[in-house]
Write a new protein. Sequence first.
Length: 443
Amino acid sequence: MTSIDGAVFRRQLKSDLTRAVEARGVWIVDAAGKRFIDGSGGPLVVNVGHGREEIAAAVAEQIRRCDYVHPTMFTGASVEALARRLADKAPRGIQRFYFMTSGSEAVETAVKLARQIHLERGQPQRYRTISRWKSYHGLTLGALAVTGRTTFRTPFAPMLPENHHIPAPYCYRCPYGLTYPNCGLRCADALEEAIWNLGPQTVSAFLAETVSGATIACVVPPPGYLQRIREICDRYGVLLILDEVFCGLGRTGHWFAAEHFDVVPDLVTLGKGLSGGTAALSAVGVQRDHFETIRGGSGAFMHGGTYSHHLVACAAANAVLDIFEAEDLVTRVAETGPRLGAMLRQRLGDHPRVGDIRGLGFMWGVELVADRDSRRPFPRADQVTEKLYHRLYDDGVLLYKSTGLAGLDGDAMVVGPPFVATDDDLEQIVEALGRAVVAELGS
């Protein structure tokens, strides 16, 4: 019996899936014994490598000692330790962390927390959240409402609460047809226009990925963009939420991606790599002053979950941080990331179907185009990304797909290996991608 004939309701229903049976380091092995090099850590989740015995031991010990307590009844050492460790590494003033299970939940937590902060301040009229087109913040209804990916939104649009979106800082496909730096950061000023049009007194928060994720394949905002955004938020009393579920916790070569831009958010979300992919865990960090506003007001955050602040998941995350520190993995990403970018540019930068290569640390996007001069994308019907993915899969290399970068069209591949990948591993990944591009799109 194949997996498609079983009892599992999977996301994709028209093709079968290979059964994975083992994973170690950067390698995954299927039931037939075929080895795959994990060039994207799944969806950029696996950061310290697969099969870490340290994490398994920490989780097993936590389950033996105390497996579950409800977060309104008890706290636990693993939760307290993880919050303190994250606070010690977070941007200035981020001193409290609220733990959930998924990135979607973290985003909804942050949006609701921003709303309650305004309520505690006597500003109940502030309820609107502004985010960006071409963003990804999750697929639950609240997170989907602030997500800017059209194909995910359209089927459920009638069910989504009101939210406003502005263009992303996507210089390769500037929505205003301008060129940095002569653009004057027009895309950042769009936030101020949106605040004016909605009414400054009604806007609660602006939510943005610090470095864009898979939806537009690792776009890094231009210099000055996030500083301008911070200034606009401060001018109008709008809280800045930076979503680092995808790009945080060392992925860019800093513990928090915001450090690259010298910007401090009011709230920040984490997820994916927080537990190295071993347990469902996400987090929201909040500025001390905002936390004190709630503690000194109602004294309770009107939010929660059965599996929030989970002892076992937090034990896994503490073990991940132990590995980070023992192996100095953030420094490794900072030092090796530019080499990974250089490898990609050397192998693919001159290819006539490669439009742009961008990224930071261990997250890089390679955008494919039908015409390089005009930046014309391939039609979505051509399924270029999917063809590249399957060719790489057959070659034993896993990368992450990115589509819909130019309206509904557009194709890219995302490279984001575990931080323990060696230079030889990186070269193997890059060479395989180069072969796949030539085989599918010509030389």
